[in-house]
Design a protein around this ligand. Structure first.
Ligand SMILES: Cc1cc2nc3c(=O)[nH]c(=O)nc-3n(C[C@H](O)[C@H](O)[C@H](O)COP(=O)(O)O)c2cc1C
Length: 160
């Protein structure tokens, strides 16, 4: 990884855990941070969100986002974070990927989960970004800062 690479940490977070991990990564690597926000926020209750997420994932629904990351050309490296939702990325992250051109860029994906692990999250990010170089994903339960630091160090020493 070229030390002059311009980085941005892009994430979606429903209950704040992925946000905390994203903020920790930004503190470590510098660059910018961008929160993916659906125009219509999800319900705050877990069960209502789960029910909606299941419906959206089954139909391939991609929620409209509040704002775009407008200056994509400024970045070479994108840390991309999502909570694991029903074994994959949250629909808002799919919306982000389908409305931003990440071809030619390096994506370093990460996810947070509730105990079920990464499941298909990284595979699905790869499928949606055929023109990008996608590094080994970091899968975290909660916000384990030492584990995240080690993972970041390994990623930044990769060649893109
Ligand atoms: C709709 C929904 C689906 C979820 N599906 C999974 C899952 O398949 N596997 C898992 O380990 N955790 C699952 N979880 C738990 C979240 O991945 C976990 O709590 C995550 O850290 C939340 O991140 P956030 O606080 O950034 O939203 C799910 C949570 C929600 C709300």
């Amino acid at each position: 990884m070229n030390m002059k690479s311009k980085m941005v940490v892009v994430y979606y977070s429903h209950s704040g855990i992925t946000k905390a991990v994203a903020e920790f990564i930004k503190e470590k690597v510098g660059g910018d941070i961008f929160e993916i926000e659906p125009l219509e926020p999800y319900p705050s209750s877990y069960n209502a969100t789960l029910e909606l997420a299941n419906k959206e994932l089954a139909s391939g629904y991609k929620p409209t986002l509040k704002k775009r990351l407008g200056n994509m050309d400024d970045y070479d490296v994108i840390f991309l974070g999502s909570p694991v939702w029903c074994g994959t990325i949250a629909p808002a992250v799919t919306s982000f990927l389908s409305t931003h051109d990440l071809s030619g860029k390096t994506i370093i994906p990460f996810c947070t989960h509730g105990g079920g692990g990464e499941s298909n999250t990284f595979r699905d990010i790869r499928m949606l970004t055929p023109g990008s170089t996608v590094f080994v994903g970091g899968s975290f339960m909660g916000n384990p800062q030492r584990k995240i630091s080690t993972w970041i160090e390994i990623q930044l020493n990769q060649k893109s």
